[in-house]
Design a protein around this ligand. Structure first.
Ligand code: 5GP
Length: 203
């Protein structure tokens, strides 16, 4: 797959409940030329979520048909998905066409995805900027997951188990930020965006 002509890919990754979604909303409100990639998922829609806004909601069979299509298609430029992963029993994936159209139009693209998918995008687009958002502690992460109230206790327990593993992968990302305070974390991401857009490196 070709490198983006002008737009950059910024990937916000890290454990569930760390605040990735809130950070992305805040970034979209202030950053010009930033397009959010709306993912596809086979997980059930939650109260307050909307089709095509939160996710493109698919059945498992629909998602598996996209995976089968891509596996049979040698031309990556015709794949449905740029990356996909199974997370806690559900499929999640980034539609390829939306990302490529935005990059082609010179826009920067924001992906909010889990760690396996983030590493897949990096393999396809080595210039993508991988930002791992970590919680101040696993105890604080558990507290945030419980207070957001979107998952039952069993689901929270398995998400925390996955988080423990994801925390061990931090070294593989370009930047690691601790989300102690949302505003500070957002400003740190904006700083990365400003420096990378102007070709300067923070590392
Ligand atoms: P949730 O069920 O809480 O909406 O998402 C579960 C996890 O899947 C989160 O860590 C979220 O960032 C991640 N996720 C959302 N969309 C995608 C995607 O397109 N690809 C991958 N690999 N992960 C995603």
């Amino acid at each position: 797959m070709n490198q983006p002509a002008s737009g950059h890919i910024y990937i916000i990754t890290g454990p569930s409940g760390v605040g990735k979604g809130t950070l992305c909303k805040m970034l979209l409100a202030v950053e010009p030329n930033l397009t959010l990639s709306v993912s596809a998922t086979s997980r059930a829609i939650r109260a307050g979520e909307a089709h095509g806004v939160s996710y493109h909601f698919k059945t498992r069979a629909e998602f598996e048909a996209m995976i089968a299509h891509d596996q049979a298609q040698p031309d990556a430029g015709r794949h449905h998905l740029l990356e996909w992963a199974e997370y806690n029993g559900n499929y999640y994936g980034t539609p390829r066409s939306v990302v490529q159209e935005a990059l082609g139009a010179g826009n920067n693209v924001l992906l909010e995805i889990e760690t396996q998918g983030a590493l897949q995008v990096k393999r396809k687009f080595p210039s993508a900027h991988l930002i791992f958002v970590a919680p101040p502690s696993l105890e604080e992460l558990a507290h945030r997951l419980r207070t957001r109230g979107t998952e039952a206790e069993a689901e929270i327990a398995s998400r925390l188990e996955i988080s423990r593993h994801e925390m061990t992968l931090q070294d593989r990302f370009d930047y690691v930020l601790v989300n102690q305070r949302l505003e500070e974390c957002m400003n740190a991401i904006r700083e990365i965006m400003a420096r990378t857009a102007s070709g300067r490196s923070l590392r």
